[in-house]
Design a binder for this molecule. Structure first.
Ligand SMILES: C[S@@+](CC[C@H](N)C(=O)[O-])C[C@H]1O[C@@H](n2cnc3c(N)ncnc32)[C@H](O)[C@@H]1O
Length: 350
């Protein structure tokens, strides 16, 4: 049984199930990922307008397509793109083909392993949106994108990355995760470090454009450039990081910028223009201080037995005293600042 849903400019058939997981094997569709897809449309649009303004053949691969929703939206909502879509599931491919016809769009849809197509063909933009970890697709994506392009990656194994299963994180990403007040950013930087290292094997730099965690997933967008200089610049930002509460837990981790602010402001404008979801995320990325990690205001208040201040108020107070401070994309109750923990606490009380 199928039902029709509308998302962006697409109208597609999806399995008529109670929970999205029940549709696995038929053509998985999760409506809460609309925000992820909306942001992707805006990011790809900004990327194409900036770097391929007159190219009518920008090649996009939706490598794990399921119902075909991403591929269809990219074809309908972006100008001058050639879209390919693959999935290993037979039913998903049948459904994606039906949905492409329903939407009257030309997409090259094939039942094929994502790794295989990425070794057979070159693409300018690749979207990797799997169940769980994307780790098995990253190497192939760097193989497929040549000297320049854009790679978008979703990871839903946030329990491993955010410190619930540190050993799983160490196995998959080579870095042990840990539960801390800034776990969401640590988890995001762990997978980012892994992706950057995978690219550097081929002298390809993954330069973060936008990195965030929302609901149950992490989403990363990076510019790919084949450049030894750019790789070495990234390498200089992979440094030993010691957690204050666990000195023996030191690992090398990417501590450089998570976003390109100018790019994020263009993404925000694009989301506004197109009336899409994700504006809060783009705005937070644009305004976020480029300082690794954040304080959890509630946690500090508990530890130091203080009243909880409002995030905005605390930021204002710190700025008034000449410090840098901003919200973080990772938590509504987190702040980024250049002030040490003991000093921040002083500004909890008026
Ligand atoms: C989370 S779903 C994709 C959801 C889709 N991107 C969306 O936005 O609705 C993951 C899909 O990856 C497919 N898949 C799993 N392993 C694959 C592989 N090695 N190559 C291609 N597709 C694969 C599954 O069959 C499933 O349809």
């Amino acid at each position: 049984m199928f039902k029709t849903v509308e998302e962006g400019l697409a109208k597609i058939k999806v399995p008529s199930v109670e929970k999205p997981e029940d549709g696995r094997g038929q053509g998985f569709y999760n409506p809460v990922m609309k925000e992820n897809r909306d942001i992707s449309v805006a990011v790809f649009s900004v990327f194409i307008n900036k770097y391929f303004p007159s190219d009518k053949n920008v090649k996009i691969l939706d490598a794990l397509t399921a119902t075909g929703i991403r591929a269809i939206r990219y074809r309908k909502e972006l100008d001058g793109v050639e879209v390919w879509a693959t999935d290993v599931n037979e039913n998903a491919i049948k459904l994606a083909k039906k949905n492409a016809i329903l939407n009257n769009v030309k997409i090259k849809i094939e039942k094929k392993d994502a790794n295989l197509i990425m070794h057979e063909r070159g693409f300018d933009i690749i979207d990797i949106d799997p169940y769980g970890t994307p780790v098995m697709f990253i190497d192939s994506a760097f193989h497929s994108i040549g000297r320049f392009g854009l790679l978008a990656v979703t990871a839903t194994d946030t329990a491993a990355l955010n410190g619930v299963y540190p050993i799983v994180s160490e196995r998959r990403y080579g870095i042990k995760s840990v539960k801390t007040q800034f776990s969401k950013e640590l988890g995001t930087r762990i997978i980012l470090t892994h992706i950057i290292r995978e690219g550097m094997k081929y002298d390809k730099a993954f330069i973060p454009l936008l990195s965030y965690q929302s609901r149950h997933y992490i989403r990363l967008f990076g510019l790919i450039r084949k450049s030894v200089e750019k790789c070495n610049k990234l390498l200089r930002n992979i440094k030993y990081f010691f957690l204050a509460d666990s000195k023996k837990n030191a690992d090398k981790i990417y501590l450089g910028p998570l976003h390109n602010k100018k790019f994020c402001s263009l993404v925000l404008k694009e989301l506004q223009k197109r009336k899409l979801d994700g504006k809060k995320i783009a705005l937070l990325a644009h305004n976020e201080l480029d300082i690794p990690f954040y304080y959890d205001i509630h946690k500090l208040a508990r530890i130091y037995k203080k009243n909880i201040p409002r995030t905005e108020k605390l930021i204002k107070r710190l700025k008034k005293h000449g410090y840098k401070a901003s919200k973080t994309i990772f938590s509504d109750i987190g702040i980024k600042t250049n002030v040490k923990e003991a000093e921040v606490i002083k500004y909890f009380e008026t």
